[in-house]
Design a binder for this molecule. Structure first.
Ligand code: SAH
Length: 368
C-alpha cells in the first residue's frame, strides 16, 4: 500500500480520494476524511466516528502530525508568537495578531530564508529548507486548536474566529511555490476550511517567473509585494534579489496579476531614515505605481538588525504618506505588532540571540 504510514495532512481532497481507492475503499471516504481533517479538525483517527471502524483502523498506520510547541510568547498588545519545531528539528515561527474585528495569522513558508534583505532579521538565520503543505497547514491547525478559534466561514459568532491569513512569516513563499499552491488549494476547498482566497495574502519580494505562475494558479490569493525602494540602485543594495528582478520587471508582472472587483495589489515599503524616505522617493513611488490598482503599506523599520539602518522619524513617515495620498495613491502606516517579543515584520528569527544556524547555508547565487 503505497501511502501507508504516510502523512495525511497536506493531501488534497482528490489525493485522499485516490488513496481510498488504493486501499480498496470507495472514493467518497476521501471526502469524509477530508472533512474530518479540515472541517472538524479531528487529528486522531479514533475520533473520526463518522468513518467506519475498519477504515479508522487502516488510518492508524498513517500519521497526522502537527509541529511541536517550543515556546509561546504574548506581547503587551496581545500579539502572540509561536515558536514551533518540525519533525527534523527545524524551527519556524508564526504570529497571531488580534485586532478589533479580525484575527490574522501570519505563517511561515520556509525555515529561515535564503534572500538577504539588509533590513530583515530572518535573513540572519540563513536558509534551512522549504516547508511542505503539512507543515504550512500545521501552523494554522496548531494555533486554531491552541486558541480554540473557529474559522470565519463557520462563524456562528459563539467564539472568536480566524479571519485572515498572511503568508508573511519566515521565508519567501514564491521560492516554495508548488507547496504553497497546494496549501492554497486545501485552504480554499469548500469541503474543508473554506478559507476564501480574498482573505489570504501572499507577500513576496517579487520573483517574476513565479509571480506569473501564481497569477495562473487555481487559487489566487491577494498579492503583497515588498518594494521598499523607488530606484534599482537603492533596491539592489537593500534587497540583492533586485539584481535578478529589477523594479520595472516586477511591476509589469503585477500589472498582469488578476484582480477582482475592489481588489488592489499591496506594496509594502519599509521606511528607513535617509535611505528611501525622501520626498523624491514618495513622488517616484506614485509614478511607478500610477498604472496599477495598488495601495501602499508604510512600515517604519522595526529595530533589531545590525546594519546601521534606522527607522524614519514619525514626521517623515507622515510627510511621505501625505505625498502619496495627496496624489490619490492610498497609503497606510502600519503599526508594528508584538515588537516587545520580536514578533513584528522582519523580526522573526527564533527569539533574539538564539539562532539555530550561525552560517548562511544558501546565498542568492543558489536561487534559480
Ligand atoms: N519574503 C516575503 C515574505 C516575508 S514578509 C517578503 O519579503 O515579502 C516580511 C515583510 O516584513 C516584508 O514586507 C518585509 O519588507 C518586511 N520587513 C522586513 N524587515 C523589516 C523590518 N526590519 N522592519 C519592518 N518591516 C520589515
Amino acid at each position: 500500500m503505497a501511502a501507508s504510514r504516510g502523512e495525511l495532512l497536506g493531501l488534497t481532497a482528490d489525493e485522499l480520494a485516490a488513496l481510498m481507492v488504493d486501499w480498496g475503499e470507495k472514493p467518497y471516504h476521501g471526502r469524509q476524511l477530508y472533512g474530518a481533517l479540515y472541517r472538524r479538525r479531528q487529528l486522531d483517527p479514533e475520533s473520526m466516528t463518522e468513518l467506519s471502524r475498519s477504515l479508522r483502523r487502516k488510518l492508524e498506520s498513517c500519521v497526522i502530525s502537527l509541529p511541536r510547541l517550543q515556546k509561546r510568547q504574548r506581547a503587551a498588545d496581545g500579539t502572540e508568537k509561536y515558536l514551533l519545531e518540525l519533525a527534523d528539528g527545524e524551527k519556524i515561527e508564526c504570529v497571531l495578531i488580534p485586532e478589533r474585528k479580525r484575527n490574522t495569522l501570519c505563517i511561515s513558508t520556509q525555515a529561515g530564508c535564503p534572500l538577504d534583505c539588509r533590513f530583515c532579521l530572518t535573513a540572519m538565520l540563513g536558509f534551512g529548507r522549504n516547508l511542505n503543505p503539512a507543515e504550512i497547514l500545521g501552523q494554522i491547525l496548531y494555533v486554531l486548536a491552541d486558541r480554540n478559534l473557529a474559522i470565519y466561514s463557520e462563524g456562528d459568532g459563539s467564539r472568536p474566529a480566524l479571519t485572515n491569513l498572511v503568508l508573511m512569516g519566515m521565508g519567501e513563499p514564491l521560492l516554495n511555490l508548488d507547496n504553497v499552491l497546494k496549501t492554497l488549494i486545501i485552504l480554499a476547498d469548500p469541503g474543508g476550511m473554506a478559507f476564501s482566497p480574498r482573505r489570504i495574502t501572499l507577500s513576496t519580494v517579487g520573483l517574476v517567473p513565479q509571480l506569473r505562475k501564481l497569477a495562473q494558479a487555481p487559487v489566487v490569493p491577494n498579492l503583497a509585494v515588498s518594494l521598499s525602494a523607488t530606484t534599482d540602485e537603492v533596491r539592489d543594495r537593500l534587497m540583492p534579489i533586485n539584481r535578478r528582478y529589477p523594479i520595472d520587471t516586477i511591476l509589469r508582472a503585477c500589472a498582469d496579476y488578476p484582480l477582482k472587483r475592489n481588489q488592489r495589489v499591496t506594496f509594502e515599503y519599509v521606511l528607513m531614515d535617509g535611505v528611501n524616505d525622501s520626498d523624491d522617493d514618495a513622488r517616484r513611488l506614485v509614478k511607478l505605481l500610477a498604472r496599477l490598482r495598488s495601495k501602499v503599506n508604510l512600515l517604519p523599520l522595526n529595530p533589531g538588525n545590525a546594519n546601521g539602518l534606522r527607522p524614519s522619524p514619525p514626521e517623515r513617515v507622515n510627510r511621505f504618506r501625505e505625498i502619496l495620498t495627496g496624489r490619490s495613491l492610498p497609503a497606510y502606516v502600519r503599526k508594528p505588532r508584538g515588537m516587545d517579543i520580536y514578533a513584528a515584520c522582519g523580526q522573526l528569527h527564533l527569539a533574539a540571540g538564539h539562532h539555530s544556524r550561525t552560517t548562511r547555508t544558501s546565498r542568492l547565487d543558489a536561487i534559480s
